[in-house]
Design a protein around this ligand. Structure first.
Ligand code: AMP
Length: 176
């Protein structure tokens, strides 16, 4: 499937939910994409092909990044590492606090998530202000991983999330 075909497929499986989770936010809902087996596989395979041979682990950001990230890790035959909201990971963690489009949050990663120098792909569904992805990259590096790229399905271009990720490879299938 070409990039253009995949883009079209994803756009057909995305829906806008106004004023969620708070007034003024147009929430990009991916559940229709996740519910369609062919579409989900196409997205995961597409990401897997893009980074074939270049990554040793996929990091998924809670919660939707878990779904896309785990599917992609499976397709690539590499491991999956979760970056979770504060208080959810059972082992010793590093934490990073950052600003969201709608609030602030703290993310954590296990201190022993990686063997030193492991090449890591960071995945999430949406890149908005970039704070989440930037905090995740910081955590990956703190834990000894090497960030190869940040990959999202949808980038909200008007929020300039890439500016929070200077010098990083960032790929988004769709820019809104
Ligand atoms: P940010 O840190 O601003 O780039 O926000 C990215 C995170 O918040 C991702 O985990 C997204 O899933 C979520 N997010 C932010 N804005 C939206 C939106 N408009 N629709 C869906 N998810 C969003």
């Amino acid at each position: 499937m070409s990039d253009a075909q995949l883009r079209q497929l994803v756009l057909e499986h995305l829906r806008d939910i106004p004023d969620f989770p708070k007034p003024g936010v147009l929430f990009k809902d991916f559940t229709p994409l996740l519910a369609d087996g062919d579409a989900l596989r196409a997205v995961a395979d597409h990401v897997a092909q893009r980074y074939a041979g270049r990554v040793d682990a996929v990091v998924g950001i809670e919660a939707r990044g878990f779904i896309l990230g785990a599917a992609t890790a499976y397709a690539m035959g590499v491991g999956f590492v979760p970056v979770r909201k504060v208080g959810k990971l059972p082992g010793e963690t590093y934490a990073a606090t950052y600003t969201l489009e709608y609030g602030t949050a703290t993310l954590e990663i296990h201190v022993d998530a990686f063997v030193d120098g492991q090449r890591v792909l960071v995945m999430d569904d949406v890149l908005a202000t970039g704070g989440t992805a930037a905090a995740t990259c910081q955590l990956v590096e703190q834990a000894g991983g090497q960030v190869v790229a940040v990959d999202v399905v949808l980038e909200l271009g008007f929020l300039h999330g890439r500016d929070a990720l200077p010098g990083r490879e960032v790929f988004s299938l769709i820019v809104d």
